[in-house]
Design a protein around this ligand. Structure first.
Ligand SMILES: CC(C)(COP(=O)(O)OP(=O)(O)OC[C@H]1O[C@@H](n2cnc3c(N)ncnc32)[C@H](O)[C@@H]1OP(=O)(O)O)[C@@H](O)C(=O)NCCC(=O)NCCS
Length: 195
């Protein structure tokens, strides 16, 4: 890995912030102006990257060798597997407003359900994943600009609004992750004493 000055800064920032996270591997690269809403509930694997201007909510897990692109929004309760690439300008949304407040249709925001993105997925640029979605299967590709309204199975290519599966992808052999995966381990709370 060639280390430019700006990359060193992102690693220094990631290392510092990682000290306050629930758990963090190394190296962790965090770009400028990233908003980490729930740093203490954030779990980061080894060799992960969060791009500039990203916003990351509470109870988020980012697996080994995975990245969150510039200006991407990751809502509360999102678990991202190993070797996942979330491109820039995406919105992974797990909460919504109730529309039943008569004087203000965007009423109090409520969490809908957690979202899990399987190992090896590629989420293209400008993708929106809506709150009712709970699972994107492993090794699936979501094309640029898609709006995902339903769960997607593993090893498919889905595009469009609403996203539709347009073909199956050949299953890939499962490779060894870089170190222990934070996604496949027991919940961090249950092993706090081991650390
Ligand atoms: C999804 C993607 C990977 C598909 O690539 P591909 O396998 O080469 O697919 P093709 O280009 O052969 O397209 C297959 C069909 O899907 C359509 N399609 C492809 N990508 C699409 C997209 N993002 N949205 C809507 N339709 C799309 C094509 O128009 C084509 O339709 P047709 O059969 O009616 O002509 C690619 O188009 C894409 O969106 N890449 C994301 C790029 C990106 O976000 N980069 C960020 C940096 S990581």
């Amino acid at each position: 890995m060639k280390l430019s000055f700006s990359k060193l800064i992102t690693i220094a920032r990631g290392t510092l912030l990682g000290l306050f996270a629930r758990r963090a591997g190394w190296p962790v690269m965090i770009g400028g102006s990233v908003e980490l809403k729930g740093l203490r509930s954030l779990t980061l694997g080894n060799r992960v990257m969060i791009g500039s201007y990203a916003v990351v909510g509470r109870d988020v897990v980012l697996g080994n060798l995975s990245s969150i692109g510039r200006n991407t929004y990751v809502d509360n309760g999102v678990t991202i597997g190993d070797r996942v690439s979330i491109s820039r300008n995406c919105s992974l949304v797990t909460s919504t407003h109730g529309s039943d407040a008569p004087d203000r249709r965007a009423g109090r925001a409520r969490f809908v359900s957690p979202l899990r993105i399987g190992d090896g997925c590629w989420i293209g640029t400008d993708v929106v994943i809506l709150p009712q979605v709970t699972e994107i299967g492993a090794y699936t590709v979501v094309g640029a600009g898609a709006v995902v309204t339903r769960n997607l199975p593993a090893n498919v290519l889905a595009v469009g609004n609403p996203a539709r599966v347009i073909r199956e992808l050949p299953p890939l052999p499962i490779t060894q992750p870089a170190g222990r995966s934070p996604v496949s381990q027991p919940a961090p709370d249950t092993q706090a004493d081991e650390a």
